[in-house]
Design a protein around this ligand. Structure first.
Ligand code: PLP
Length: 432
C-alpha cells in the first residue's frame, strides 16, 4: 500500500476503501500468534519462522482442542447409531457441513461433499464426470499453472477414455492469456478445470470471468480452491462455479479432510465415485439403490473428527474475517515483494496484477535446494522444488524454485528475517 497526496492507494493504484486501512489497523497479529503454540518453538536454537503455508498451515489451539474434545467426549461412528453418542457425533458432523456451506455461501448443505482433500475432490469429480459425460475425442481445458492433482487425474481419464487435454498458456508475469483461453473452446469441450490461485506464482486467476465464458458455451467448470480459500473470501454462488475443491489442512484445519462443492443439479447427475457403506439406500445382490446427496459420494466412515475440527478452523478464520485476512496478507505480500526485489540477483516468478501471498524465487545461480537448506539452518522454513507443478516449471525453463508463502499469523519482522537470511546465503556463495 502506498500514499499519493495523502490518499492511500493499494497495489493496483486504486484508492483503498476506508475499511481496508481500519481493518489492518485493527488486525492484532500478536494476539493471533498466541493461538498457534508451534510458532513459539525454536529450531536449531533459533525462533521458528514458518513460511511454508502453501504446503500446510499451522493449527490454532481451537482446532487442536476440538480434536481432543471430540475423541475424549463424543467419539462414536456417525449416521448409524441410535445411541446418544452416535447421535451427538452425527449432529456435530452435519453441523460442520452447514458451517462449510455458509463459508462458501452454497445454496444447500447437500452440495457439500466431504473428501480427504483437494486431490480426492478432483479425482472424484474427474472420475464421475468423465465416466458420465466424456467420450473419446472430448476435451478438457486446464491451465499451464495447474498442480499435478489437477493434471494427472485427467491424464488417467485420457488413458481410459481417449479424451484430450487443452492447456491455457500464460504471459511472463504469470497471468493466463484470456484470449487464448477463449480460443481453446471447441464443440468437443466438455469441461474446464482450473486453479483459482497458483501455488507457485500466487496468481489469482479471473475465474469468475472464465466461468462466464465457459457457461456461455454450456460448459461446466471445476475450480481448484486449495490455495484460494485460505486467503480470499469465496462465494460459490457469486462465482457461479459448478464444482469447487479445497483441503482442510491449508486453511488451519486438520489433515485428511477436504471438500468438493458441487451444484446440486450437477451432483444429482453424477454417478458415485466409490461404493460401500453410507452411500446406499438399499442393497441386494441384484441391485443397489444409492443414497441421496451428499451421502451418495461419501462411501465408508467419514472423517467425522476431521470435519468437526475443520468447522472450528472455518469458525476461527471467519471470526477474524476473511476480508481482514486478505487485506493483511496483501500488505505482507506487497512488503515482501518490495524487499525481495531489492536483493541482488533476485528472480521472482509470478508478478501478476492479482497476486496472493505466495512468492517463488531464485537468487543468482544458487540452487533452490541449497537456499532452502541454508535458510532452514537459520530457522526459516520455506519450500523448495517443483511444487507439484512440473509443467509450469518447464514453461518457466527451470527445475524448481524457493517458495515463501504467508499466512494470517506471519509478520513483517519475519519477512525481514527472510530477506536477511537470503542476503547471508547470497554472500556465502558470491563473496570472494
Ligand atoms: N491444488 C493446489 C493448487 C495445491 O496447492 C495443492 C497442494 O499443495 C493441491 C491441489 C493438493 O492438495 P492436497 O494435497 O491437500 O490434496
Amino acid at each position: 500500500m502506498r500514499c499519493v497526496n495523502n490518499v492511500k492507494l493499494n497495489r493496483f493504484g486504486r484508492r483503498c476503501p476506508v475499511n481496508e486501512h481500519r481493518m489492518n489497523e485493527m488486525y492484532d497479529v500478536s494476539k493471533i500468534r498466541e493461538d498457534f503454540p508451534i510458532l513459539q518453538r525454536e529450531v536449531y536454537g533459533k525462533p521458528l519462522i514458518y513460511l511454508d503455508n502453501g504446503a500446510t498451515t499451522q493449527k490454532p489451539r481451537q482446532v487442536v482442542e476440538a480434536i481432543t474434545d471430540e475423541y475424549y467426549s463424543v467419539n462414536a461412528n456417525v449416521h448409524r447409531g441410535v445411541h446418544f453418542l452416535s447421535q451427538q457425533a452425527t449432529e456435530l458432523h452435519e453441523a460442520s457441513r452447514e458451517t462449510v456451506r455458509r463459508f462458501l455461501n452454497a445454496r444447500s448443505a447437500n452440495e457439500i461433499v466431504f473428501t480427504r482433500g483437494t486431490t480426492e475432490s478432483v479425482n472424484l469429480f474427474v472420475s464421475s464426470f468423465g465416466e458420465e459425460f466424456m467420450q473419446e475425442g472430448d476435451e478438457v481445458i486446464l491451465s499451464v499453472m495447474e498442480h499435478h492433482s489437477n493434471i494427472v487425474p485427467w491424464q488417467l481419464l485420457a488413458a481410459r477414455k481417449g479424451i484430450a487435454l487443452k492447456v491455457i498458456p500464460m504471459n511472463e508475469r504469470g497471468e493466463l492469456l484470456f484470449d487464448e483461453y477463449e480460443k481453446l473452446f471447441s464443440d468437443r469441450t466438455k469441461v474446464v478445470s482450473v486453479t483459482h490461485v497458483s501455488n507457485v506464482l500466487g496468481t489469482v486467476n479471473p475465474v469468475r470471468r472464465m466461468i462466464a465464458v465457459a457457461h456461455a458455451r454450456g460448459v461446466p467448470v471445476l475450480v481448484d480452491g486449495a490455495q484460494s480459500v485460505p486467503h480470499l473470501s469465496v462465494d460459490v454462488q457469486d462465482l457461479d462455479v459448478d464444482f469447487f475443491a479445497f483441503s482442510g489442512h491449508k486453511i488451519y484445519g486438520p489433515t485428511g479432510v477436504g471438500v468438493l462443492y458441487g451444484k446440486e443439479e450437477w451432483l444429482d447427475r453424477l454417478p458415485p465415485y466409490q461404493g460401500g457403506g453410507e452411500m446406499i439406500q438399499s442393497v441386494t445382490f441384484e441391485k443397489t439403490v444409492f443414497n441421496e446427496l451428499p451421502y451418495k459420494f461419501e462411501a465408508g466412515t467419514p472423517d467425522y473428527i476431521g470435519t468437526v475440527s475443520l468447522a472450528k478452523a472455518i469458525d476461527y478464520v471467519s471470526a477474524i474475517g476473511m476480508d481482514k485476512v486478505a487485506a493483511y496478507e496483501h500488505e505482507l505480500t506487497e512488503y515482501a515483494m518490495r524487499r525481495l526485489k531489492a536483493i541482488e540477483g533476485m528472480r521472482i516468478f509470478g508478478d501478476a496484477e492479482q497476486k496472493s501471498s505466495v512468492i517463488s524465487f531464485l537468487v543468482g545461480d544458487i540452487h533452490h535446494f541449497d537456499m532452502g537448506t541454508l535458510l532452514d539452518r537459520l530457522g526459516i522454513a520455506v519450500r523448495t522444488g517443483h511444487h507439484c507443478a512440473q509443467p509450469l516449471m518447464r514453461r518457466l525453463g527451470i527445475e524448481g524454485t524457493v517458495r515463501a508463502s504467508f499466512a494470517l499469523y506471519n509478520t513483517k519482522e519475519e519477512i525481514d528475517a527472510l530477506v536477511a537470511g537470503i542476503e547471508r546465503v547470497r554472500k556465502m556463495f558470491y563473496s570472494a
